[in-house]
Design a protein around this ligand. Structure first.
Ligand code: GLC
Ligand code: MG
Length: 727
């Protein structure tokens, strides 16, 4: 069965992502992955079964970068858009600094989904940060979760250790522990992991405890074949050679020719970041020490963009300085071109074609190359390739038979491979043609998307149901996940437990059956001073159905039914300036305070018993103020004293839920009976006070949007629901 009308959400959070003129290489976070996800999103949108694709990334509104990255929605085609979600402020942050802000990203994406009224069928995360986000959303919406790593932490850590960085420095600068931990989780939970090569599965995922299973699919990325067309197309289709292309070629020729005394010779080309792992040194040795090679070809090294080497990062500075020193040592003046600048998006395809036109060779001298996108692009343009026999190039040359693999640690092998192609015209032509044809068969985005969708469709409920049907199984309708449910209902009712929901059994059961009846439009939850454990106890004792939402411990914890999923976004949000140790310390001098039992003490709630005397409460507040403890003090029932983070309370938890799931205030009713319900009843939602309320709430009488029911306990709640037109 072929599903239709699918809505896919792809996530790629870090770096600078936009639809056109990608700034690849501008910084460490804006590279191959950005290009990959933009092209993937566009290509997925071309498929018939796909109705909508969002590429979700971070919104950046920062003078240091173009204003494009601050646009909330950027349409790429009629079906495809880039959606930008703000988190951790608006400044551009490097990816390692985004970890603390991902919960915010998740919450705001849920809100975005609710606002547009359409739930994605599939969540696909790219890299660990976005994987974390997609994983959480997939489980919130009960949808499949697909992951593409692009690169992984464990082998990166090994490389950094090998570079001499200490474990501590690696964790501090790269937040490596967090990343690896998240990657383990992702690998355990992903429904499908897409890799570009088999080596990635074996050598990279293989390093993880959870990296051994069969939910992998090796699907290499595609390249944009309209951009990377063969060099000979100019001769066949003169329209391609328009003014813009002519100008680019002219610039490139000028740039190259100012380095070379014999520009008519073929040239060897390499293109890479100035990183010593790219082994530019090895290539220079291979070229510089071979008279034969120097005689037949020039060399061009495009190693990123540089203005002033002395102001660059250490690693880059070292690589570039070495390059200049080697040029001098091997006396490569007149032979080696090392242009300072190039524009990836427009110049690189022409550069490949100019090199192919010269009957040159593309070389990637890196010792290990995980994939080798530039090798594929060069091949598509008609360049034979020479590359390492470790990693992605093995697949590329295996698929296309378009070049020679070498042991890149041995400069002699590089020399011989390059020389043999350059001096053998028939070999050169065979490799060139094989590359052009092979890339079209193996590395187009159309082929990539076809394979991806084949795998993805097997994960969709429609497909699973049809399989079940064939097995003649009865399908039990599972209750929908909280994300789907809370973004689909219209109204929400939140009630306190003790003395509001419970107190009168008969009306409580009546309320439960009404909630069942109105279930389609109305979700409900409890908000209580009880901890989650004590809430569950009450549920068993009074025989409650599972609420959609549990706001526990006076609003410091939020859970979603039926599987009691903890809202980590809320937890993160209220943690600000919360210092329970200091608070306890400060209050320890007040001997009239009695600590509550262990159940009353939670990560974000410190509770005492306090005898009902006004001056005591005043002394508590004064003591906290005097010591600059930022917090919230809630006193109820003439005996309970709860101290919470300043951002938390039942009312604030409800505001948060209203924001996250986008409920307008008139669609939320809040019911309670006592002082610790006050702030939620007095909030913007519709308030309901039951007839049996305690004195604490009298102050609310007569206020707007607060209804004092004459009826008691759950009868009062039912009365309120009717009063506000919820039923
Ligand atoms: C519940 C909690 C207690 C809290 C009280 C008032 O009884 O168990 O810790 O102080 O509610 O919120
Ligand atoms: Mg109560």
């Amino acid at each position: 069965m072929q599903p239709s009308g699918l809505y896919l959400q792809l996530f790629s959070i870090h770096g600078l992502v936009r639809g056109n003129m990608l700034e690849l290489g501008r910084d460490a976070d804006t590279g191959g992955q950005v290009k990959y996800v933009v092209e993937l999103a566009k290509a997925l949108g071309e498929r018939d079964e796909v109705a909508k694709v969002d590429l979700v990334t971070r919104l950046i509104d920062d003078k240091k970068v173009a204003s494009d990255y601050g646009q909330a929605i950027e349409p790429l085609s009629d079906k495809v858009s880039i959606v930008r979600i703000q988190c951790g402020g608006k400044k551009y942050l490097r990816k390692e600094l985004l970890w603390p802000h991902l919960e915010e990203f998740i919450d705001k994406t849920i809100r975005f989904i609710k606002l547009q009224g359409k739930t994605p069928d599939l969540f696909h995360g790219h890299y660990a940060d976005a994987g974390y986000v997609a994983m959480d959303l997939a489980s919130a919406f009960d949808a499949p979760f697909i992951f593409t790593g692009h690169s992984l932490g464990r082998n990166k850590r090994e490389k950094l250790l090998a570079d001499g960085l200490s474990e501590a420095r690696i964790n501090k600068q790269y937040k490596m522990d967090t990343r690896i931990q998240v990657e383990e989780d992702i690998m355990r939970r992903a429904d499908l992991i897409i890799t570009s090569t088999q080596q990635e599965v074996d050598k990279q995922y293989g390093l993880y405890d959870n990296g051994h299973h069969d939910r992998f699919a090796v699907i290499p990325p595609g390249i944009d074949l309209d951009t990377f067309y063969p060099f000979y197309d100019f001769q066949l289709d003169s329209e391609l050679l328009n003014e813009e292309v002519k100008q680019i070629r002219f610039t490139l020729f000028n740039e190259l020719h100012r380095f070379w005394t014999h520009p008519e010779k073929p040239f060897i080309l390499t293109l890479c970041r100035p990183d010593h792992r790219k082994n530019i040194t090895g290539l220079l040795e291979a070229y510089g020490t071979s008279q034969e090679l120097k005689a037949v070809a020039n060399l061009a090294i495009f190693a990123g963009i540089r203005r002033n080497i002395t102001t660059m990062e250490d690693n880059e500075q070292e690589v570039l300085t070495d390059m200049l020193l080697q040029m001098d040592r091997y006396d490569l003046y007149g032979k080696l071109a090392i242009p300072k600048q190039h524009d990836f998006a427009t110049e690189v395809p022409e550069l490949y074609r100019i090199c192919a036109d010269s009957h040159g060779v593309f070389v990637n001298p890196a010792m290990i190359e995980p994939f080798g996108l530039s090798l594929i692009e060069a091949s598509a343009s008609g360049l034979p390739i020479v590359a390492t026999n470790d990693g992605g190039p093995v697949d590329i040359v295996g698929n296309c038979e378009n070049g020679i693999l070498v042991d890149a640690t041995d400069p002699k092998e590089i020399t011989e491979a390059l020389h043999s192609i350059l001096v053998d015209e028939s070999q050169w032509s065979l490799f060139s043609n094989n590359g052009i044809n092979g890339v079209r068969n193996h590395y187009s985005w159309q082929v990539h998307c076809e394979k991806t969708m084949q795998h993805a469709c097997q994960l969709l409920p429609a497909f699973k149901d049809s399989m079940k049907h064939q097995e003649a199984q009865t399908t039990v309708q599972p209750s929908p996940s909280y994300g789907k449910r809370l973004t689909n209902v219209k109204q929400l009712m939140i009630t306190d437990i003790d003395n509001t929901l419970v107190g009168d059994n008969q009306s409580m059961q009546e309320l439960f059956s009404l909630l069942g009846e109105y279930r389609k439009d109305l979700a409900w939850g409890v908000a209580t001073g009880r901890s989650m454990e004590l809430t569950l106890e009450a549920m068993t004792e009074y025989n409650f159905p599972m609420p959609d939402i549990l706001i526990c411990s006076v609003g410091t914890e939020i859970y979603y039914g039926p599987d009691l999923r903890h809202d980590k976004g809320w937890q993160k949000h209220i943690s600000k300036q919360w210092n329970p140790e200091k608070l306890k310390e400060v209050l320890s001098s007040l001997d009239f305070l009695v600590s509550q039992e262990a159940e009353g003490q939670r990560s974000h709630k410190v509770s005492y018993y306090l005898e009902d005397k006004e001056e005591n409460l005043a002394r508590v507040k004064e003591q906290l103020k005097k010591n600059n403890v930022r917090c919230q003090v809630i006193y109820s029932h003439g005996q309970f004293l709860d101290i919470l983070p300043f951002r938390a309370s039942k009312g604030k938890a409800i505001d948060y839920l209203r924001y996250k799931f986008d409920f307008p205030p008139r669609h939320v009713m809040v019911a309670g009976d006592s002082g610790n319900d006050e702030d939620m009843i007095a909030g913007r939602a519709r308030g309901l006070v039951v007839g049996n309320h305690s004195e604490d709430l009298e102050a609310l009488r007569g206020k707007r949007n607060i209804y004092f029911s004459p009826k008691t306990y759950a009868s009062g709640v039912i009365d309120g629901l009717k009063h506000y037109g919820f039923m």
